[in-house]
Write a protein that binds this ligand. Structure first.
Ligand code: FAD
Length: 484
């Protein structure tokens, strides 16, 4: 082999791949080892633990269907040859959700990206549509997605619905699972003849956040909300406690006063890693990062002054594009972690539920106990109308033992760990979702979809769908992790 030849993909399965490529035709396939390896990764490298576990896990062939019919063909071929299938959108998940553990086909949806219908308060799209394109299509109608992740520029809506949970908009409109935010999902089964299933209303929860294990989503209908002339804002505070209290105050204010769609609080040491804002936002400030309608900017200014802060940045879309500046939400959610990781790969993070968002003193107390290797960052959202806070701190990783000790300190103070360093859906503090698993039994009878990502599936796969469902009637529903 020539020195510069790409390393071949290590085959995990013994399929006759040339014959399978013939069976897949005319669907586009990528078999170049570099392309296959690239599409076998997501952002699992945020976690040194997952990085060690997953960096040598690769698929064997990438397929890029352009239509639901082509996608159905891929699923039928996988069924006929018993090939593991991993669905993939933009590959921006944080826990290796889109990393094939057992080789096989990577089914990339990004060529299925049509905007199919824009209604008065909904949008219907193909699963591979990028969220930036959906929001751009909605803009002339004065609408936008009720919520979207900070990765909207590269992530697909199918990946968001299958792998994400909350994002920009969740402080006003809740997480994906609530308020009819997902109106309907169209899904294909992995069978000899893939069948189409439509889930509407609360039934969308049978598919939402199942990590592509129980059917391939082909179409998504989402609730939309009125758009505003948004102003991206950053306010500075002397102490983290003051910034956190201001975040809670902003999260609590009535929509009619300030209809914010983002409410993030970031420690000054993290903010020091934020690029290209140094001339606008002075260093050493604990930041409240938000997006508010222009008409309510004065109300925000008043709130910030009352909370003891200073509004350093108030930037509209025209100024942002002229200055080639990032959106303020690229300093929120898991982009906060990314900004630090760009400079220093020793950083990692964790996902932590705050027991009582109003209790600033407990947040301060846990940080006193944690030490200097954990830097706070909170996201305020709303669930069932109630304000929630998730901490996504920067952690300077030294060892798995220290990470376990950090988790233990949080737990001892009443916080909940939604472990970002685990690659199975029932990660720490998550109950098995028997509705998901029952539908996996129906839609993926051979268990070929994203194998290895559910420990509960291994325990129930011999049961009928009805028997799996019955298990759920005695166990609580799975909760979503507060996805970054
Ligand atoms: C910097 C950064 C910031 C982030 N911010 C947020 C945030 O604000 N909110 C949030 O919720 N998440 C966030 N995430 C996580 C992730 O970006 C989002 O959840 C994103 O929407 C995933 O979309 P994707 O197209 O990249 O999905 P992928 O990573 O490609 O896939 C995610 C999961 O969905 C499955 N899947 C993909 N397409 C389909 C389909 N058509 N049918 C069935 N299953 C499918 C995959 O198999 C995988 O299990 C962030 C991640 C990073 C790295």
């Amino acid at each position: 082999m020539a020195d510069n030849a790409p390393t071949p993909v290590i085959r995990k399965t013994t399929h006759d791949w040339p014959a399978i490529q013939v069976a897949l035709a005319p669907v586009e396939v990528l078999d170049d080892p570099t392309a296959v390896k690239k599409r076998s990764r997501d952002f699992f490298w945020y976690s040194p633990i997952l990085n060690a576990e997953l960096r040598h896990s690769f698929g064997e062939l990438v397929v890029c269907p352009k239509t639901p019919d082509e996608l159905a063909r891929c699923l039928a071929v996988a069924y006929a040859h018993d090939i593991p299938v991993t669905l993939r959108g933009g590959g921006t998940g944080n826990y290796g959700q889109a990393v094939p553990l057992k080789g096989g086909l990577i089914l990339e949806t990004t060529a299925m990206r049509k905007i199919l219908e824009i209604g008065q308060d909904f949008v219907r799209v193909e699963a591979g549509a990028m969220m930036i394109d959906i929001n751009a299509a909605l803009a002339p109608h004065g609408r936008e997605m009720a919520l979207f992740p900070s990765t909207q520029d590269i992530a697909t809506v199918g990946g968001f619905v299958a792998g994400g949970s909350a994002g920009i908009g969740s402080i006003a409109n809740g997480p994906l699972r609530e308020n009819g935010n997902i109106r309907a999902l169209k899904v294909l089964s992995l069978e000899a003849e893939p069948s189409e299933h439509v889930f509407k209303g609360r039934d969308v929860l049978r598919i939402h956040h199942a990590w592509g294990m129980n059917g391939a989503i082909t179409e998504v209908t989402l609730r939309t909300v009125p758009s505003h002339d948004w102003i991206g804002c950053m306010a500075g505070f002397d102490t983290y406690q003051d910034a956190y209290a201001a975040g809670y105050a902003l999260a609590s204010v009535p929509e009619a006063t300030i209809a914010r769609k983002l409410c993030s609080v970031v420690d000054a040491r993290i903010a020091n890693y934020f690029p290209r804002l140094d001339t606008r936002v002075p260093g050493g400030r604990n930041l409240l990062v938000t997006l508010v309608p222009r008409a309510q900017l004065d109300a925000l200014r008043t709130l910030i002054t009352r909370q003891g802060g200073i509004l350093h940045l108030a930037m509209d879309e025209a100024e942002r594009t002229a200055g080639k500046l990032p959106h303020v939400f690229e300093f929120a959610y898991n982009h906060t972690t990314l900004q630090v990781l760009k400079s220093d790969r020793r950083a990692t993070y964790q996902q932590i539920g705050v027991p009582d968002p109003a209790d600033t003193a407990t947040v301060a107390r846990v940080y006193d106990a944690l030490g200097d290797d954990v830097w706070p960052h909170h996201e305020f959202t709303r669930g069932d109308g109630v304000i929630c806070a998730a901490d996504l701190p920067i952690i300077w990783f030294t060892s798995p033992e220290r990470l376990a000790r950090i988790n233990a300190i949080y737990k001892a103070h009443g916080f909940t760990i939604h472990d970002a360093h685990v690659n199975v859906i029932e990660g720490n503090h998550m109950q098995p979702d028997y509705q998901h698993l029952a539908w996996k039994r129906r839609l993926d009878p051979k268990g070929l979809m994203n194998p290895g990502k559910s420990t509960a599936w291994e325990r129930v796969k011999h049961l009928t769908a009805e028997a799996i469902e019955a298990l759920g009637r005695t166990k609580p529903d799975m909760q979503d992790r507060p996805e970054g």
